[in-house]
Design a binder for this molecule. Sequence first.
Ligand code: ATP
Ligand code: MG
Ligand code: MG
Length: 366
Amino acid sequence: MYTQDELRDIASKFVIYGDFLVAVPFGSGHINDTYQLTYDQGGVRLHYTMQRINHAVFHHPEQVMENMDRVTRHLLNKIHAERIETKKRTLRLLRTYTNQPCVQDHRGNYWRAYVFVENARSYDVLENPKQAYMAAQAFGDFQCNLVDLPGPRLHETIPNFHNTPKRVEALEAAIKSDKAGRARQVRHEIDFIMKRREETEKLLKLNAEGSIPERITHNDTKVNNILIDDLTGEGICVIDLDTVMPGLALYDFGDMVRAGTSAAEEDEVNLEKVGMRFEMYEALFRGFLSSAGGFLTPAERENLPFAGKLITLETAIRFLTDYLEGDVYFKTRRPHHNLDRCRNQLKIVESIESQMNEMKKLLKQA
Ligand code: ATP
Ligand code: MG
Ligand code: MG
């Protein structure tokens, strides 16, 4: 925990006009430590966001910041022209007095700060199809605006993040070494995954053949990474840009389907409650196409229904691998937590498979 004096001292490194009043913990993020700062600027109170970057997850904070700096500047130029008509925002990084996008404190932690986006908030769960539509539209818009980012390839802040075949290899290694002695209990799950092994290579093959391009993707397309306008319900700002990096557009869409279409939590054990709700899928699909439809290639479009299945299967593989390795990566709160999560995700995979024809029909009509 940081004291107010420490937080004030860190904040003083950023170019912010006025007097520091207070720093309070803010939001429900799991990765970084987020604070809202309040300043008195000549009788007016203004807010900023200040975050400690989790460098246990992101080993190269300076690379994260370089990506973020380039991306937010580009987005700002893009929305500048339409600002008057729309309420769209982008994260705006503050700079330090030495003109850096982040600062290291006396404990060795890295901090960054943004302008606080007012009159908007993030929601932890997708409550209805309208929100799903808005969220998917905002992430599609984000990708669309980054299609022409100039300059060198962005840093891969987590290498091979969505390389599903590599995730299968990691699972195989975990089965072989069976560190926690659990492999025998999970034969059924292993078989389910291995039956679908070939499919895990599909998108990377299309990428290698040139029909699906590498793009810039967000890679953490949860609904709480969008700020929703209090008045209009529109998604006005995509936040949490740590994992913005080279990737496939379908990964972002797939993760929205995985995380946003089931009625139950990711670790729900009553599998009757778990599955893809078609109306939520349809809203995500229509919202994403409304903003990303203009730039997607035919092969990307055609694989929209498959994307959710792939990313959900990949997530199940990651949970199962961690279970076999003795729960070393994901935080667990009960003995078979990772296995429960794996089964939950596999149930969603099954549910997607059973609705694949309808998803394809929707695609044809769009
Ligand atoms: P996650 O667990 O999703 O990885 P995180 O720890 O990386 O989250 P963020 O998503 O960047 O953290 O921020 C946490 C919360 O802080 C957000 O959900 C949002 O409510 C709030 N927030 C972040 N940046 C801003 C901003 N510029 N203006 C207003 N609120 C913000
Ligand atoms: Mg977040
Ligand atoms: Mg994050």
